[in-house]
Design a protein around this ligand. Structure first.
Ligand SMILES: Cc1cc2nc3c(=O)[nH]c(=O)nc-3n(C[C@H](O)[C@H](O)[C@H](O)COP(=O)(O)OP(=O)(O)OC[C@H]3O[C@@H](n4cnc5c(N)ncnc54)[C@H](O)[C@@H]3O)c2cc1C
Length: 318
C-alpha cells in the first residue's frame, strides 16, 4: 500500500520522517512522529495544511511539559512551532505584548518586566510554550491565560487563518470558554500567536524581582529539575471552592508518595508530580498514573481526572 508520506507537500521549513520525539519532551519519553513538521512561518504552515490530505491526522505540540507521548509514537503529522521565528515576544500597544506560539512562558514574563507591563509575571511559573498555555488555560499565582489573552491567532486544519477577539478573556463566552486548565478552543486550530494585555504600568526591576520570587518558590515546592510533566491530575474542585480538595492531598492520603512502576516514580517532593527517574518508558509513567488513580479511588472515593495529556500509540509488548 502506498505510504501517505511519499506525497507530502514541499515546505520551506523542515519535514522529518520517523523523528524521535522524546528529546523534545519534559518527560524524555515517547516514540517517533510519523512525520514532524517544523514550519518556517505562518504561510508555510497554512500552505502545507491546505494541501495535506484531510485523512492524515495532525497533532500539535509545544515543549510537551503537559504531555506523555506514548512509546509507539504519534500517527500522522506532528506540528511544532518552536525556535527563533516562533519564539518572538514584542511590545504591541498599550500594556500589551504579541507573542508567537513557540515563545516560552518565561520569555513572556521576562519581556513584560523589560517593557514595564504588570500582570504577566505569573507566566514565569509555567514551563511551557504560550501556544500550549492557550490549550491548557495555563495559570498560577491566581492568574490564568484567559485573564490576559486579548486576541488569539491560529490556522485551522484546512489551512485557513483565523483570529479570536477580546471577548475570549471572559469565562463563559459563547464561542471560547476557559475553565480550570481547560478550554473548548477548537481542537483543529493551531495557535500561531497571541496578544496578551497586562494590567498596567509596572517598575521593570520590581517585576523582575517578582519573576525571581516565583521561580524560587517553584524550585522549593516542585521537582522542576526532574524529568516530569507538571501536575498529573486536575484538582477535583475548581479554585475558590470552599474546602477545595487538592489532588496531592488525596494522593498522599492514599499512600502513593514515592510509589514506583518501572522507572517511573511519584515525586517525594510533590506527590501530584510523576517523574522519570532515568529509564522510564511512557508506559511506566502512564501505568503509575493509573495505579495512583485506582488507589485514590479506593481510599478516598475520588476519581481523579488526568490533567496531563496522553497521546500516541501504545507500543505492543515484545
Ligand atoms: C515542573 C512543571 C510545573 C508546571 N506548573 C504549571 C502551573 O503552575 N500551571 C499550569 O497551568 N501548568 C503547569 N505545568 C504544565 C504545563 O507547563 C502547561 O500546561 C503548559 O501550558 C503546557 O505547554 P506546552 O508547550 O508544554 O504544551 P504541550 O504539553 O506540548 O501540549 C499541551 C496541549 O497544548 C496543545 N498545544 C501545544 N501547542 C499548541 C499550539 N501552538 N496550538 C494549539 N495547541 C497547542 C497540545 O496539542 C496539547 O493538547 C507545569 C509543568 C511542569 C513540567
Amino acid at each position: 500500500m502506498a505510504d501517505w508520506r511519499d506525497d507530502l507537500p514541499d515546505v520551506r521549513g523542515k519535514l522529518l520522517l520517523d523523528q524521535p520525539l522524546a528529546p523534545y519532551t519534559w518527560f524524555r519519553v515517547g516514540g517517533p512522529a510519523d512525520a514532524l513538521f517544523l514550519p518556517k512561518d505562518e504561510d508555510d504552515l497554512a500552505d502545507f495544511l491546505r494541501v495535506l490530505p484531510a485523512e492524515v491526522p495532525v497533532h500539535f505540540m509545544g515543549v510537551a511539559s503537559n504531555s506523555i507521548i506514548r512509546d509507539g509514537g504519534i500517527e500522522g503529522v506532528t506540528i511544532r512551532l518552536m525556535g527563533g521565528y516562533w519564539g518572538s515576544v514584542e511590545p504591541a500597544g498599550s500594556h500589551s505584548l504579541f507573542a508567537r506560539a513557540g515563545a516560552l512562558d518565561l520569555a513572556v514574563a521576562k519581556a513584560s518586566a523589560k517593557h514595564g507591563i504588570s500582570g504577566l509575571t505569573f507566566f514565569s511559573g509555567i514551563p511551557g510554550s504560550i501556544g500550549g498555555a492557550v490549550r491548557t488555560n495555563a495559570g498560577c499565582y491566581g492568574r490564568e491565560l484567559k485573564d490576559v489573552a486579548n486576541q488569539i491567532e491560529g490556522i485551522t486544519r484546512s489551512g485557513e487563518k483565523v483570529r479570536f477577539e477580546a471577548e475570549i478573556a471572559q469565562y463563559g463566552d459563547p464561542k471560547i470558554e476557559f475553565s480550570y486548565r481547560h478550554t473548548n478552543f477548537p481542537d483543529d486550530v493551531i495557535v500561531t500567536g497571541i496578544l496578551l494585555t497586562g494590567s498596567g504600568d509596572g517598575d521593570p526591576e520590581a517585576l523582575q524581582a517578582e519573576i525571581e520570587e516565583h521561580q524560587a518558590r517553584r524550585a522549593e515546592t516542585q521537582p522542576i529539575k526532574d524529568k516530569t510533566g507538571g501536575s498529573t491530575f486536575a484538582n477535583p474542585d475548581p479554585p475558590g471552592t470552599p474546602d477545595q480538595r487538592s489532588s496531592w492531598k488525596l494522593i498522599d492520603a492514599a499512600g502513593c508518595r514515592g510509589l514506583k512502576v518501572g522507572g517511573a516514580q511519584v515525586s517525594e517532593k510533590h506527590c501530584n508530580f510523576l517523574i522519570n527517574t532515568d529509564d522510564a518508558t511512557a508506559a511506566d509513567i502512564e501505568a503509575l498514573g493509573e495505579l495512583v488513580r485506582a488507589r485514590v479511588l479506593d481510599v478516598t472515593g475520588v476519581d481523579l481526572r488526568w490533567e496531563i495529556r496522553r497521546i500516541g500509540r501504545i507500543q505492543a509488548k515484545a
